[in-house]
Design a binder for this molecule. Structure first.
Ligand code: GBH
Length: 476
């Protein structure tokens, strides 16, 4: 027996500007924080950067043709602030024209454009004025959002303000693993609040300008479990991770307040002084859509294990934990299979997360729920027959689509799923070493090759159901 997806369920794939576009110095684009960060020795594996990436800037018509071949109903991409408004100056006609042409190409292929305004690439000129730690950046983000809408609002219906503000704030400003590479608990907290504020300002302004748009935000969320539910230290560890990763963003957005326990945890870092009257009302704008990015869950304790890392540092620099108030919290392996990122494969965590988010946040708010990213890196090889037989990725995809169906069976109205990523690309501090695509990219020739997983996804999309083989795997 196969398992069908509900009518109207959207199937897509996702990318982000800096990870695929290349053309970093073309048509007026200037540096983002990722251009600057990747030049610092030791920050990125093999000192790789996004100067060329997948050369999507020049190959977007071919890439859209591939999307059409796969049968994608929607494509989630991001616009580069540094291309649209170099150094946050006036709008750059050539920069915005690229996105205009991309959108036209998508529309003529029958693919719904899903636009994200910010996927981690702040103009470096703004970082030099304090970046997201500077409250003014929130207002500048609103102005940039309106600039993009001025040019594309007539053709793009779905607008996501931010991708994973947790990563922007805490991996960028506290752990130092991502751009801009700062290692400060207070900077991460300030960045987190100002990103939320920027979201709220942009959301209100976009909505006033265009009441018909579908407006949302995307968060990376986890399922944090205590190693031993009977040990108070473990339970508190799980509470902290949930608070500092999930609820730090979910609660202000949907409930108009920061969680009390989180405020207690970070009080000694001066967090409350940052939050001004009216900020939370500004942040908690009504949302039409909400995106969950899910990769894995976490099992935590206040007792260390052999591998006591909360996050991975690709280049083995001295970096910090991304959690500002979780010193003494340790991640424990669950013994599940891992991807090439060493992330455990835990599809049931996606079901559990969707059920929780649906029940506690999006459901009561009447906000549509989507999985805007989910995917896996594997050490793909091109076989002698010229194909990539990535059975591990196909299984990953099927298991997670199965988890989405499980959540739907439990009554959560999940409206769509985006695989991360359409194609292999620049995996941030890991450079080109990690491949997440359902399409392989040969970085010497820029040739694209649909992997077996891409064919499997295309078949699922065409049938609008999971095949029987997937169900057998799911039953295991
Ligand atoms: C997404 O972020 C990004 O949006 C995308 O740009 C990126 O390419 C993609 O994922 C793949 O990385 O503590 O070691 O278990 C991913 C967000 C947050 C997911 C941290 C993994 C736990 C890592 N990540 N999380 S670990």
């Amino acid at each position: 027996m196969t398992r069908g997806f509900p009518a109207g369920f959207l199937f897509g794939a996702a990318t982000a500007a800096y990870q695929i576009e290349g053309a970093a110095h073309e048509d007026g684009r200037t540096d983002s924080i990722w251009d600057a960060f990747s030049r610092i020795p030791g920050t990125v594996v093999n000192a790789e950067n996004g100067e060329v990436a997948c050369d999507h800037y020049h190959r977007y018509t071919d890439d859209v043709a591939l999307m059409k071949e796969l049968g994608l109903g929607t494509y989630r991409f991001s616009t580069s602030w540094s291309r649209v408004r170099p150094d946050n100056g006036p709008v750059n006609p050539k920069g915005i024209d690229f996105y205009s042409r991309l959108v036209d190409e998508l529309l003529s292929a029958g693919i719904k454009p899903w636009l994200t305004l910010y996927h981690w690439d702040l103009p470096q000129a703004l970082e030099e004025k304090g970046g997201w730690v500077n409250r003014d950046t929130a207002e500048l983000f609103r102005d940039y959002a309106l600039s993009v809408h001025d040019a594309l609002g007539d053709r793009v219906g779905v607008w996501t303000t931010l991708n994973e503000p947790w990563c922007s704030a805490f991996v960028g400003y506290t752990a130092g693993v991502h751009a801009p590479g700062r290692q400060s608990k207070t900077d991460g907290l300030a960045a987190g609040h100002h990103l939320l504020l920027g979201h709220g300002l942009a959301a209100q302004a976009l909505r006033e300008r265009d009441p018909a748009l579908e407006l949302g935000i995307t968060l990376n969320l986890t399922v944090a479990k205590p190693v031993d539910p009977a040990r108070p230290g473990d339970v508190d560890a799980a509470r902290r991770i949930d608070g500092q990763l999930n609820r730090f963003f979910l609660d202000p957005l949907f409930r108009g307040s920061y969680p009390a326990d989180l405020l207690d945890d970070v009080a000694h870092l001066g967090f409350t002084e940052l939050v001004r009257d009216g900020d939370l009302a500004q942040i908690s704008q009504p949302l039409d859509s909400f995106g969950v990015n899910y990769y894995n869950g976490s099992l935590v304790s206040d007792l260390p294990t052999g591998s006591a890392q909360l996050s991975h540092d690709p280049t083995n620099r001295v970096t910090s934990s991304p959690f500002p108030a979780a010193d003494g919290v340790f991640n424990h392996p669950q013994g599940l299979p891992v991807t090439a990122m060493d992330w455990e494969v835990q599809p049931d965590g996606l079901r559990e997360l969707l059920v929780r988010v649906g029940a506690e946040y999006t459901g009561p708010a009447g906000t549509d729920l989507y999985v805007t990213e989910n995917g896996a890196a594997y050490d793909d090889v091109v076989a002698t027959d010229g194909a990539v037989h990535d059975a591990d990725r196909t299984l990953f995809l099927q298991l997670h689509l199965g988890a989405v169906l499980d959540a739907i069976d439990e009554g959560v109205d999940v409206k769509g799923y985006f695989y991360w990523s359409l194609m292999d690309n620049y995996e941030w501090a890991w450079g080109y070493q990690k491949r997440f695509g359902i399409v392989r990219v040969d970085y010497d020739t820029q040739e694209r090759l649909v992997k077996d997983s891409g064919r499997a996804y295309a078949a699922i999309i065409a049938a609008r159901s999971l095949p029987a083989a997937a169900e057998a795997a799911l039953a295991k």
